[in-house]
Design a protein around this ligand. Structure first.
Ligand code: GLN
Length: 490
């Protein structure tokens, strides 16, 4: 088997045993990127110089310790990072003209943690502009293609990260998830993606979209890799005031303990035949049988306010975005219009020229929802409904340990299929959005293939801080099936 097709933990084992060097790992992936990236377009920036430098540094560390002694968790592991996480001295564009030439003077906490664990950066991945979208088509620098079918979208907004993992262009990647942006692309590309509990992973250095919903998480080839990545990126950070001071467990410790007796809820609102693609429905039903055969108990559960999730999310997320994106005014950093008459004109032209259509649409929606006279009717109302949605989950988790749903109602759709109709695009996240509103963890993992040979994803949800249970269930399911071992023929 070629090095690039190994999982993170398999690659790590070879490095620990000194069977390969960090440089071998780095070269295997840069070679692979050279082969498939022209077709997939998963990266906005490749960092070959940095890649070699980091690989050499990793090899020095490797040579400096006795075999058998402990090594940093990701020593010599090549990883890709979504382009909305600040990397010091390396462009961080958010796939926007507004930040096209922005080079951060500081490092995000997550990438600093990856560095401390010895990782090798391969590059920054493509995304929807400012993480707004479900297809990566809103990137100002061209869409990413789905490695399973190049005429289809990879999902979004972390489409570059998911496509890069699926096409074996990295051992793992980081994504961010505000309403589904890790899980939906993971589902579309047949890989594993986890949105952690809100507050579990520091947002310091993540370019803000909707601050009360945004979380960073791993995109990986399997569940064990996901647990390893969580061990590195999780934990309290004094630099992020919303980072929670909750102890970080070792996510690999109970991973293999099985799910005998685990109570699994299926929300009746999510399993309406006809409401989801028939192959997705069939895959889910098969997955239920697998979970039962592993000793889990399946129960029907209810999330009665699900129908309000999309509307609630699109009021709150756009409101927060309109406020967060006010900082892009052409004054301190980022794009500035070349020609203007006066200060006000400079602001206007900078923002008109720097932002793409979806970002502008959201700034307008959010500004409207927050404007005096409408604030009570929209923003405040949405906050109240958000509480009800969160309570739905609190109630459901009294009876069950985890909840399963499809990740997305459909498999990857065709490029261009939904760009003309933003509401259709918004519906791609119908099963993922409530999770961000409630702040709970959610993971997507491969659970089937459609008749068109497209991956299907199952979503597993847990209680606040319940990632261990989610990962354990996902691992048990994964061991009993082989969906995660399938690769696009590239
Ligand atoms: N697709 C959703 C949106 O466009 C979610 C995006 C995200 O999670 N960043 O807002």
């Amino acid at each position: 088997m070629e090095l690039h097709s190994l999982t993170l933990h398999e690659l790590r084992d070879l490095i620990i045993k000194r069977e390969i060097t960090a440089k071998d790992a780095a070269f295997a992936y840069t070679r692979r990127i050279g082969q498939v990236e022209p077709d997939v377009n998963a990266f906005l920036t490749l960092t070959p110089g940095k890649t070699i430098e980091m690989a050499e540094k990793a090899d020095k560390i490797l040579n400096g310790v006795q075999p058998g002694a402990g090594l940093p968790a990701l020593l010599g592991i090549p990883i890709a990072v979504k382009d909305n996480m600040c990397t010091k001295g390396i462009k961080t564009t958010c796939a926007s003209r507004m930040l096209e030439n922005f080079v951060p003077p500081y490092e995000s906490t997550v990438t600093a943690k990856l560095q401390a664990a010895g990782y090798i950066l391969l590059g920054k991945t493509n995304m929807d502009e400012f993480a707004m979208g479900s297809s990566t088509e809103n990137s100002a620098f061209g869409a990413t293609k789905n490695p399973w079918d190049l005429s289809r979208i990879p999902g979004g907004s972390s489409g570059g990260s998911a496509a890069a993992v699926a096409a074996d262009m990295c051992a793992a990647a980081l994504g961010s998830d505000t309403g589904g942006s890790i899980r939906q692309p993971a589902s579309c590309c047949g890989v594993v993606g986890l949105k952690p509990t809100y507050g579990r992973v520091s947002r310091y250095g993540l370019v803000a979209f909707a601050s009360s919903l945004d979380q960073i998480g791993p995109v990986t080839k399997d569940v064990e890799d996901c647990a390893i990545m969580m061990n590195v990126i999780g934990g309290h950070d004094a630099l992020d005031s919303t980072s929670a001071d909750v102890a970080l467990p070792d996510f690999t410790a109970n991973l293999k303990d099985g799910i005998k007796g685990l109570k699994i809820g299926m929300p009746k609102e999510y399993f309406v035949e006809g409401g989801i693609d028939k192959d997705v429905y069939a895959s889910m039903m098969e997955a239920v049988n697998v979970l039962k055969s592993l000793g889990a108990e399946i129960k029907e559960t209810a999330l009665p306010h699900s129908g309000y999730a999309i509307a609630t999310y699109y009021i709150l997320a756009t409101s927060e975005a309109s406020s967060n994106l006010a900082r892009y005014d052409g004054v301190k950093y980022g794009y500035r219009a070349k020609e203007f008459d006066d200060l006000l004109d400079m602001y206007k032209r900078t923002r008109s020229e720097g932002f793409g259509p979806e970002v502008k649409r959201r700034i307008m929606l959010g500004t409207y929802a927050l404007s005096s006279g409408y604030y009570e009717a929209y923003y405040k109302k949405a906050q109240q409904v958000r509480t009800l949605i969160k309570r739905d989950f609190d109630e459901a988790f009294r009876d069950v340990d985890i909840i399963i749903t499809p990740t997305s109602p459909t498999p990857a759709f065709k490029l261009g299929e939904k760009t003309a109709d933003p509401l259709q695009m918004y519906l791609s996240d119908i099963f993922t959005i409530s999770v961000n509103l409630a702040g709970i963890p959610g993971l997507s993992l491969p659970c089937g293939m459609t008749s068109d040979n497209l991956p299907v994803g199952m979503q597993i949800l847990g209680r606040h801080w319940g990632e261990e249970t989610v990962l354990r269930a996902a691992y048990a399911y994964e061991q009993a099936t082989d969906w995660h071992t399938r690769k696009p023929g590239m």
